[in-house]
Write a protein that binds this ligand. Structure first.
Ligand code: ATP
Length: 348
């Protein structure tokens, strides 16, 4: 893990007083060395610096970040007459946990789908670690180190837990033709994949279930499995779509710990969540979307009391306080959970 490549000195400060974000941020593309996760290392100085540097960032939509891992420009997606996503400019800081929140239908999942190649925009461009991603297929995006999980987990029910993990290694060396043509190399690769899968299963306390069918896991365990599987490709950015939805309180703490540990290992995390406890507890930065646009950005405490945010959740009820905002979000959340329970009843 490099500790000396954090470009705080190069952080453009000329926009700080004006509160406007530079539209063409070359720092976005310029990127530092790829960071290789160092499991078990704990938080180091560079990670603390990533978070500390956020204190200089203005609390404005589109604000430039000191060391962005993702930079989005003018991304738009319409469905018929509906504009689901219309993000002018957004930067996601490297090495921190960023929450993406917003009322139902704000465009969060569509935005995730666009960034990760699961959907194509009508307009716009975005880069990951300096690589332009527009037009790249989802599997190529994952190979570059940007992986995601889904709101409704996509574990393969009829495969075992271990097989699901091995599937997560898609795109690694063993799948390439030249490697497959050399059996010894291929076997070594297979062994590596299995070893890594088992290590991760142990970390996520799913090792006792490696031979069980994924379909037999609880909703929360599936979330854990999906997160563990995403780590098979040793990502730099992990994107989690509602990691807490459908998770019981006992597993919730464990999931929170896992998300924090991703950051401690040097990964960047971007997650969509309605659970405000989670947002408050683990996020370093919060981005708020409403009606497809980014309407606010900032640290959790300032976001929770931001009138634009309260308005977005509550419409015209200007005088509603933060506890009311949280209540509304919890009601939405409960609604989502109910939908997910119904969904889980449907055989996969
Ligand atoms: N494939 C699609 N076809 C038509 N409309 C869509 C499609 N996908 C999303 N939408 C619409 O785009 C808007 C944004 O949806 P999206 O699921 O991205 O919101 P969200 O913020 O993730 O909501 P939630 O918090 O409820 O998951 C919604 O109005 C939704 O109905």
């Amino acid at each position: 893990m490099p500790t000396d490549n954090f470009p705080t000195d190069n952080f453009p400060t000329d926009h700080l007083s004006s509160g406007t974000a530079p539209k063409d941020v070359s720092a976005a593309g310029d990127t530092s060395q790829p960071r290789v996760p160092d499991p078990g290392a704990g938080e180091n100085k560079s990670m603390r610096e990533c978070r500390t540097a956020l204190q200089l960032v203005p609390h404005e939509p589109g604000a430039a970040k000191p060391d962005p891992v993702v930079v989005v420009n003018g991304i738009r997606r319409t469905f018929g007459g509906l504009t689901a996503v219309d993000v002018e400019h957004l930067e996601i800081q490297r090495g921190v946990i960023t929450a993406l929140i917003g009322p139902n239908g704000a465009g969060k999942t569509t935005f995730f789908n666009l960034l990760t190649g699961f959907d194509q925009p009508d307009a716009g461009s975005w880069s990951f670690d300096g690589t332009p991603l527009r037009g790249k297929a989802a599997y190529k995006v994952a190979r570059l180190g940007m992986v995601r999980t889904f709101q409704l987990t996509r574990v393969l029910s009829k495969l075992t837990v271990l097989e699901n993990m091995r599937m997560g290694a898609t795109g690694q060396r063993g799948e390439r033709l030249w490697a497959a043509a050399l059996p010894a190399l291929w076997r070594a690769q297979e062994r590596d994949i299995t070893d890594r899968a088992r290590d991760l299963l142990k970390r996520f306390k799913l090792d006792a279930k490696e031979e069980d069918f994924a379909g037999s896991l609880s909703g929360g365990q599936r979330k854990l499995l999906e997160m563990a599987r995403a780590l098979m490709v040793e990502p730099k950015l992990v994107m989690l779509d509602e990691p807490m939805a459908g998770v019981n309180p006992a597993l919730k703490q464990s999931l929170l710990g896992h998300v924090k540990s991703l950051r401690d290992q040097g990964m960047s995390v971007l997650f969509v969540e309605h659970d405000m406890d989670m947002v408050r507890e683990i996020s370093d930065w919060v981005v708020v979307m409403a009606q497809g646009k980014v309407i606010a950005e900032g640290p959790p405490t300032s976001i929770m009391s931001d009138e634009r945010v309260i308005d977005a959740y509550l419409g015209a009820h200007h005088d509603t306080d933060i506890s009311e905002l949280e209540r509304v979000i919890q009601v939405e959340n409960a609604h989502d959970h109910a939908e997910q329970r119904v969904d889980r009843e449907v055989p996969r």
